[in-house]
Design a protein around this ligand. Structure first.
Ligand SMILES: Cc1ncc(COP(=O)(O)O)c(C=O)c1O
Length: 453
C-alpha cells in the first residue's frame, strides 16, 4: 500500500512564498535538515572520533553548509571551487576531506595549502602528489575498489568492477607501504561502492569489508590505520512505497562490525567518517514550479515553468521524484500525465506517465526529494537559467540563499568576444522588473545606453 509523501509546506504557505519569489525555485526545510543532522550524530555517538564530511557536491550552498557545521560536520570536497567554498566558510584543514579523482596537480597543491585530509584515488597519485606538493603530510587516505560485485546476503548493491574509482586490494597494500616509506604515519581507508542504497545493511557490510582491510594493512604495511571512511551511498526513499533507511539501525550495524573486527585486532581507537550527501539533504527540499501549459496529443502533458536544467536527475538517470499537486494532496491520482519542461529535448521530463490528480494550468507542483544532487547538477542548455534556492527557516520566514540566474550570468563568459556590450544591454532590459519588460520595442520608454542603436 503506497505511503503518502507530504510536502513540508501547505498550499497557503507556498502561495505566500510565491507572492514574493517567482517560480520555479528550490525550497529547503531548515527544520528537517537539523533533525536529520542530529539523528546522524546520535547514531554514531558510540564512536568518539566520528565525523561526517558532508559531500559538498550534493548541495554546495554556504547557508546549508553553515547549518551542518553547527553539528560538527566537516566537508568532503572534490574540486577547486568546492575547496574554495570550504576555505571561505572557515573550515579548518582537518575538517576538509579532499576526495577527488583524475585530480589536477594544482588541486593537490591547494588541498595541501589548506591542510586538508586527502583521499587518493589511484596509486599513481602518490607520485602526482610528490610532483605537486613535495612532502607528504602525516595523514593520507586511500580509496579502495574491491572489484567484482559488492554483494552479501541481501543481494547485489552494485558492481565496483565497473567503477572508475579507487585502488585494487594489492594496490592498497603497495600504496600503504609506499606512503609509509615517504613519511606518512597514519592512513585512512575509504570506499564508496554503491549509490542510493535503500537498506540498513549497506554501511554495516561496507564497514566489515573496510575494517578487515584496515587490520590487514596495519599488520602488513607498517603504517597505522587511524580512519575508516564509509563515504556516501546511503539512500533515501524517493518512491512513496519504499521504506526509508533507519540511521540508528545503520549506526548500530556499523558498531557491531567494529566490535567484531577492529576491537579484537586491538584497533578500537580507529575513527569512523562518512561523506553522506543524499541521505543528509535530499528529503529536505522541493522544487516548486507552476503548471503553465496543458497539452493533449498522444499523451497528456503538463508543461511547467521548470525543466531538466533545474532538475536533471530524471533525464540523466530516469530517476523518480514524487510530485504533489499542492492543495490536492488527498485527491485520487486518477489521471496520467507526463510532466515536462521547455527544453528542446524529448527527454526533458520531470515525470513520465505519472498518476496524479486532475491538474490544470496555474496549479503549483512540489517535486520532492531534490535537496541533494538537485540544484547542483543544473545546467544551461537551451539558454535556460538555474532557479533560486530558498531556505524555509524554523520560524517560518523564508530566506533567499541563492538568487536565480539572470541572462547576464549566462552571457558573462562571452566577454572575450567583445559582444558583451550589446548582450549586457539586452540583459539589463530583460532583467528589468516585469512591467518594464513588456515595453514595446520602439517605445520611447525603452532603455538604451547612450550611443547605441
Ligand atoms: C567521494 C564521494 N563522497 C560522497 C558522495 C556522496 O554520496 P551520496 O550523496 O550518495 O551520499 C559522493 C557522491 O558522488 C562522492 O563521490
Amino acid at each position: 500500500m503506497a505511503q503518502q509523501k507530504r510536502p513540508f509546506v501547505s498550499l497557503d504557505e507556498l502561495e505566500a512564498i510565491c507572492a514574493e519569489h517567482p517560480t520555479p525555485f528550490y525550497l529547503y526545510d531548515e527544520r528537517g535538515i537539523r533533525e536529520r543532522a542530529q539523528q546522524l550524530v546520535d547514531a554514531f555517538a558510540w564512536c568518539p572520533g566520528f565525523k561526517e564530511y558532508f559531500a559538498v557536491k550534493a548541495t554546495p550552498n554556504p547557508a546549508i553548509l553553515s547549518i551542518l557545521r553547527e553539528y560538527g560536520f566537516g566537508l568532503d570536497c572534490s574540486s577547486e571551487c568546492e575547496l574554495m567554498l570550504a576555505e571561505a566558510l572557515g573550515f579548518r584543514g582537518d575538517e576538509i576531506m579532499f576526495s577527488s579523482n583524475d585530480t589536477p596537480d594544482s588541486e593537490f597543491a591547494y588541498a595541501a595549502r589548506l591542510g586538508a585530509r586527502v583521499n587518493l584515488d589511484d596509486i599513481t597519485h602518490i607520485d602526482a602528489w610528490e610532483r605537486a606538493v613535495g612532502e607528504f603530510p602525516s595523514f593520507m587516505s586511500l580509496r579502495f575498489n574491491p572489484g567484482g560485485d559488492f554483494d552479501f546476503t541481501n543481494g547485489i548493491f552494485d558492481s565496483p568492477e565497473r567503477a572508475k574509482f579507487g585502488l585494487t586490494e594489492p594496490q592498497m597494500l603497495e600504496a600503504a607501504r609506499e606512503l609509509s616509506r615517504r613519511g606518512v604515519r597514519e592512513l585512512g581507508i575509504h570506499a564508496l561502492l554503491a549509490s542510493n542504497t535503500v537498506t540498513n545493511e549497506y554501511f554495516p557490510a561496507l564497514a566489515r569489508l573496510l575494517f578487515g582491510l584496515a587490520v590487514r594493512i596495519q599488520r602488513e604495511c607498517g603504517v597505522r590505520v587511524s580512519l575508516v571512511n564509509l563515504s556516501g551511498g546511503v539512500g533515501v526513499a524517493y518512491r512513496p512505497e519504499e521504506t526509508p533507511n533507519d540511521i540508528a539501525a545503520i549506526g548500530e550495524g556499523v558498531r557491531r562490525a567494529f566490535e567484531e573486527v577492529l576491537v579484537p585486532a586491538g584497533m578500537g581507537d580507529v575513527d569512523i567518517a562518512c561523506e553522506l550527501g543524499r541521505f543528509m539533504l535530499a528529503p529536505f527540499a522541493g522544487l516548486v514550479c507552476r503548471v503553465t501549459h496543458e497539452k493533449h496529443t498522444y499523451r497528456d502533458y503538463l508543461g511547467v515553468d521548470a525543466c531538466a536544467a533545474n532538475l536533471m536527475r530524471p533525464m540523466l538517470y530516469d530517476a523518480y521524484h514524487h510530485i504533489t499537486v499542492m492543495g490536492r494532496e488527498d485527491a485520487p491520482a486518477d489521471h496520467t500525465y507526463d510532466v515536462v519542461g521547455m527544453l528542446c529535448e524529448n527527454s526533458d521530463r520531470l515525470a513520465t506517465a505519472r498518476a496524479l490528480p486532475e491538474t490544470h494550468v496555474g496549479d503549483l507542483l512540489f517535486i520532492h526529494d531534490v535537496g541533494a544532487h538537485g540544484h547542483s547538477m543544473g545546467y544551461n542548455y537551451n539558454g535556460r537559467l538555474r532557479s533560486a534556492e530558498l531556505l524555509l527557516r524554523e520560524d517560518g520566514t523564508c530566506d533567499v540563499i541563492r538568487r536565480a540566474e539572470r541572462p547576464s550570468d549566462y552571457f558573462a563568459t562571452l566577454d572575450v568576444l567583445g559582444v558583451s556590450g550589446r548582450l549586457a544591454e539586452l540583459s539589463e532590459e530583460h532583467e528589468a522588473p516585469s512591467g518594464e519588460k513588456s515595453v514595446p520595442r520602439d517605445s520611447p520608454g525603452r532603455r538604451h545606453k547612450p550611443g547605441r542603436p
